[in-house]
Write a protein of this length. Structure first.
Length: 169
């Protein structure tokens, strides 16, 4: 019988690996590429519609849940004046965001807090959580990286079938 009051970490595959970069201050000014996925990558936010007018393109058509998610994304700067939303896309089972943390000492914001509150706002409005635990982030350090991520977000609907989160409807 264990007498220590400290909880033990589960062994092996049940242990979650840390998602954040150790030692990085996620309230530090800079640009962050964020991906938040629905639980089990369920297709809850809408669907991709291909268009073949003048050029081949695709657009994300949001359903009501997707519109709820989009409203919560657009509200981030109002709730966090120290953060700016540079770019985003809502996909059928995930969202991508570029969030900039500004150098505003009066309005400190951190990426984990912003994402946690974004997910919470959506869950409260829907009456249930639709999100997987955690989120993916990438600290954008160079202009070329920023441009590549911006383009990736722009092209995400068109390249949906190649996306690592793709699932058939």
């Amino acid at each position: 019988m264990k007498t220590n009051d400290q909880p033990t970490k589960p062994p092996g595959p049940h242990r979650r690996k840390p998602n954040r970069l150790a030692g990085h201050d996620y309230s530090a000014p800079g640009y962050y590429f964020i991906t938040v996925c629905t639980e089990n990558h369920d297709l809850l936010l809408g669907r991709i519609c291909a268009r073949e007018d003048v050029t081949v393109s695709a657009e994300m058509v949001l359903n009501e849940t997707g519109r709820t998610v989009e409203r919560a994304i657009l509200a981030i700067p109002a709730h966090y004046p120290g953060a700016a939303l540079d770019k985003y896309v809502v996909m059928p089972n995930h969202v991508h965001l570029i969030v900039a943390i500004t150098d505003d000492p009066d309005h400190k914001s951190s990426i984990p807090t912003i994402v946690r509150q974004f997910k919470r706002a959506v869950s409260v409005e829907l009456g249930k959580s639709i999100w997987q635990l955690g989120f993916h982030d990438h600290i954008i350090r160079e202009e070329a990286d920023y441009r590549e991520i911006w383009t990736y977000i722009d092209n995400n609907p068109l390249k949906w079938a190649l996306d690592k989160y793709y699932r058939e409807t």
